[in-house]
Design a protein around this ligand. Sequence first.
Ligand SMILES: *[C@@H]1O[C@H](CO)[C@@H](O)[C@H](O)[C@H]1NC(C)=O
Ligand SMILES: *[C@@H]1O[C@H](CO)[C@@H](O)[C@H](O)[C@H]1NC(C)=O
Ligand SMILES: *[C@@H]1O[C@H](CO)[C@@H](O)[C@H](O)[C@H]1NC(C)=O
Ligand SMILES: *[C@@H]1O[C@H](CO)[C@@H](O)[C@H](O)[C@H]1NC(C)=O
Ligand SMILES: *[C@@H]1O[C@H](CO)[C@@H](O)[C@H](O)[C@H]1NC(C)=O
Ligand SMILES: *[C@@H]1O[C@H](CO)[C@@H](O)[C@H](O)[C@H]1NC(C)=O
Length: 301
Amino acid sequence: MAGPSFARTRRRVSEAAGLMWPLLGACLWAAVVGYKPVIIVHGLFDSSDDFKNLQRFINESHPGTNVTVIDLFDRGASLEPMWKQVEGFKAAIYPIMQNAADGVHFICYSQGGLVCRGILSILPDHNVHSFISLSAPQAGQYGDTDYLKYLFPQFVKSNLFHLCYTAIGQRVSICNYWNDPHHRDMYVNTSDYLALINSERPNPNSTEWKENFLKIQKLVLIGGPDDGVITPWQSSQFGFYDDNETVIEIQHQDLYLRDVFGLKTLAARGDLFFCTVPGVVHVWWHSNETVFHTCIEKWLV
Ligand SMILES: *[C@@H]1O[C@H](CO)[C@@H](O)[C@H](O)[C@H]1NC(C)=O
Ligand SMILES: *[C@@H]1O[C@H](CO)[C@@H](O)[C@H](O)[C@H]1NC(C)=O
Ligand SMILES: *[C@@H]1O[C@H](CO)[C@@H](O)[C@H](O)[C@H]1NC(C)=O
Ligand SMILES: *[C@@H]1O[C@H](CO)[C@@H](O)[C@H](O)[C@H]1NC(C)=O
Ligand SMILES: *[C@@H]1O[C@H](CO)[C@@H](O)[C@H](O)[C@H]1NC(C)=O
Ligand SMILES: *[C@@H]1O[C@H](CO)[C@@H](O)[C@H](O)[C@H]1NC(C)=O
């Protein structure tokens, strides 16, 4: 962000205001050059109300930033199929992008991280600079969590494939990215969302989706071992179970090695970043100030 106009602003301000520089400088930066607008997409069972803290952190560190928390598919409606949510969020987000000549940033939490990846895949003229994926099950989900018990009390992780990998199951968002490592074939054949955007099931749009996705400038993958919901937690950083439930890290994942949707290209470009924070449970990622300062703040310029 220390471009030439920033340096000029700084000289003028420090002559005039001495110690007031940091605050004034930040305000001037926002007024003159402008922080890019930030778009936030929520996750399963939550809503825009849950992001008050994150909005406050952004406002305090980058005053003047225009932050929009998209208020769609709240609470129970977040169980709608992923493609439907992608279309809905895309329609709400597109005008904001068109108003932002210098581009926007995405902060996408939990299931919202997969919604955002869908949008970035199908939208050819998006202008997202930083795509910040905040504890999102990017490689899928396979775990006995409270969410699972609540949604499907009759099922546990080992038998949920009976429901999820059917046409009916695929009408529920969580089944769209349910990734049972013991039924890999069924996942690849029936997942209508994750297996497609990961190009694990061949589809005619893969090449175009990859080109679109690679228009982001930075991919920031945030997660941590005490999350408690995303399972395995490494899924937030594209790690996942093999058929022995041993976690294979991103660098050894087939979809990375074959660069099917651009991860390896991003890494080669120097635009792939990981931020791993212990001690944060799932529902706290967006409200933890340490996480904001360590993993998010620096990408919002
Ligand atoms: C941002 O911070 C300013 C100054 O503290 C405050 O007046 C304003 O209401 C805040 N805006 C939001 C959206 O929180
Ligand atoms: C913030 O962005 C939204 C969406 O582009 C726009 O409608 C609104 O006017 C902007 N607010 C400010 C204060 O610029
Ligand atoms: C998945 O699809 C392939 C190709 O259509 C087929 O050969 C295979 O039997 C299917 N597997 C399952 C478990 O449905
Ligand atoms: C590919 O894209 C076209 C139009 O963009 C769409 O109609 C089609 O359903 C997509 N294919 C898949 C497999 O999603
Ligand atoms: C799974 O574990 C068994 C026993 O530890 C081992 O023999 C086998 O090679 C493992 N499979 C994979 C895919 O790692
Ligand atoms: C915030 O994150 C830090 C780790 O960076 C952790 O030690 C702390 O317990 C967290 N606080 C909450 C409320 O999650």
